[in-house]
Ligand binder design. Structure first.
Ligand SMILES: [Fe+2]
Length: 288
């Protein structure tokens, strides 16, 4: 197994490893250490069944099942195991086999609207379009470290409410209510600057711009500060853009990385299998 850091603010490629076979404990420890260090790991050229993907994902913790509101139409390349979330624009008889369609997904942290968001997200590329659908990742340790002191000081001790109503492509979730006013949002509250639960390193935790607001700040002031922080932390110097190849498996640290996806032509097919990993006991909570 070979670990090669990317020439970017985060990420490493792991080669000479077949994830369809059981990964030895020693190798898995090296993978976990690399994951903490580089935040995003790319395993190219993997040929995995649904069971392989679930077995490897479950080494990192227990797997969060998709909510009942997720579309679960089966067939045409979509995974059928309950642990796998289909991210796809493919439809069978007019019904989507997965979520997010072909739309752009804005910068976000997966499921930050929960009190206890997943620690890791894993995507496995099954079918990809010729163009578009790239996924970018940005390192929130690096952004915080590079942040002007004055901006960081304004964030210290502040918390953000994370809206649960909309998906990362801006679609209203089933059963959710339209947000007419950002001061009336439902979702979890998280400290803007926290310590990573495993490394202890300070990290920026912003979730998503849409409908976010700082608690205890007037709306206008909150909007201005959010715009400033988002403009800073999404600069290209903190990011890496992944151009997918079929067979890529990518895992990212959802506690230190934000990500986004480009739109793509809806005439093309994109099928990704995703798993969401919750922490093992005792490591799930980010601490302020
Ligand atoms: Fe996401």
């Amino acid at each position: 197994m070979k670990i090669t850091p990317l020439d970017a603010a985060l990420g490493a490629r792991i080669t000479d490893l077949d994830l369809s076979k059981t990964v030895a404990d020693g190798e898995f420890e090296r993978i976990c250490a690399a994951w903490l260090e580089h935040a995003v790991l790319i395993f190219p050229n993997q040929v995995l069944s649904e069971n392989h993907l679930v077995a490897f994902s479950a080494r990192f913790g227990w797997l969060e099942l998709p909510p009942a509101s997720e579309s679960r139409t089966r067939g045409d390349g979509g995974a059928v195991l309950p642990e796998i979330w289909n991210i796809s624009n493919v439809k069978v008889s007019g019904e989507a086999i997965g979520s997010l369609g072909n739309l752009e997904a804005e910068w976000h942290t997966d499921m930050s609207y929960l009190e206890n968001p997943p620690t890791a997200s894993i995507l496995y590329a099954r079918e990809i379009p010729d163009q578009g659908g790239n996924t970018s990742f940005a390192n929130m340790h690096a952004a915080l470290e590079a942040m002007p002191k004055e901006l960081r000081r304004r964030l210290e001790g502040k918390s953000v409410i994370h809206d649960s109503a909309y998906t990362s492509v801006g679609e209203l979730r089933k059963g959710a209510t339209i947000v007419a006013d950002v001061s009336d949002v439902r979702g979890a509250v998280h400290a803007a600057i926290r310590k990573h639960p495993e490394s202890g390193r300070p990290v920026l935790y912003m979730g998503r711009r849409l409908n976010a607001s700082f608690i205890d700040l007037p709306t206008q002031q909150s909007e201005r500060l959010l715009d400033e922080v988002w403009a800073f932390c999404t600069q290209p110097e903190f990011a890496y853009e992944h151009v997918w190849t079929v067979g890529d498996l990518v895992i990212w640290d959802n506690r230190s990385v934000i990500h986004r996806r480009d739109a793509f032509d809806n005439g093309e097919r994109r099928i990704m299998w995703r798993t969401q990993v919750k922490a093992s006991a005792g490591t799930s909570q980010l601490t302020a």
